[in-house]
Design a protein. Structure first.
Length: 224
């Protein structure tokens, strides 16, 4: 046998091995695809419940966060109806020297806020723990009150900082506060550099129902 013939023999053996491997690959492919399909279907069957839980938690956290923001807006716009909408009717409230119902606290707060020239309440560091239709949230608040100076001369800026710790309940798909504990950690008062009245009226915030927020919201809802 010549070297050429020996080489051709080796080549034939190699080609044979490749053909056998290809055949086994083709035979195994459907089995692999079937196994992958079974795993995929099993994963898909388990996904809806897990995904539903995750989506429910995300929606709950967002609704609670928006509720905390709404409370801040209600204070700044002196919107008593919006403030009351944040709490269930039997909600309790303990903040500073006040210890009673949240409804009575709102009446108490409105009397304090109404004479002020301007307020800005900021909510941050929101943390929420969920357990079914119950939740516990913690957030920090920072408040700025522009008011007539207690000396009776000019104006002053009062700053307050603390936390809200809230227990919440979901009823009919709606989250509201059932218990609030307000904690005060810092306050200071500084003389105002410029009287509030000197700010152009068209450029500053107003209260319910005159603030542009309510006008723009109404236009959004009416589609105009």
């Amino acid at each position: 046998m010549t070297r050429r013939e020996e080489g051709m023999g080796d080549g034939n053996e190699t080609n044979g091995r490749l053909k056998r491997r290809s055949l086994w690959t083709l035979l195994a492919l459907p089995l692999g695809l079937a196994a992958a399909g079974t795993a995929s279907r099993a994963s898909a069957q388990g996904a809806p419940a897990d995904m539903a839980t995750r989506l429910d938690q995300l929606e709950s956290r967002q609704q609670i966060t928006e509720l905390l923001y709404a409370y801040a807006r209600g204070n700044d716009r002196v919107d008593a109806e919006l403030l009351r909408a944040c709490f269930w009717p039997e909600s309790t409230h303990k903040h500073g020297g006040f210890d009673g119902t949240s409804s009575d606290f709102i009446d108490f707060a409105i009397k304090i806020i109404t004479p002020l020239k301007f307020t800005a309440h900021h909510i941050s560091n929101v943390s929420i723990e969920l357990k079914g239709d119950a939740a516990l949230s913690e957030c920090h608040y920072f408040a700025h009150h522009r008011r007539t100076a207690k000396s009776g001369e000019g104006e002053e800026d009062a700053f307050f900082e603390g936390r809200y710790i809230d227990r919440l309940e979901r009823r009919g798909g709606v989250w509201k506060i059932i218990q609030r504990r307000g904690l005060s950690d810092f306050s200071t008062v500084l003389p105002a550099a410029k009287p509030f009245a000197e700010w152009p009226e068209a450029q500053r915030s107003h209260r319910f129902p005159d603030d542009d927020y309510y006008r723009m919201r109404e236009r959004l809802r009416s589609g105009t």
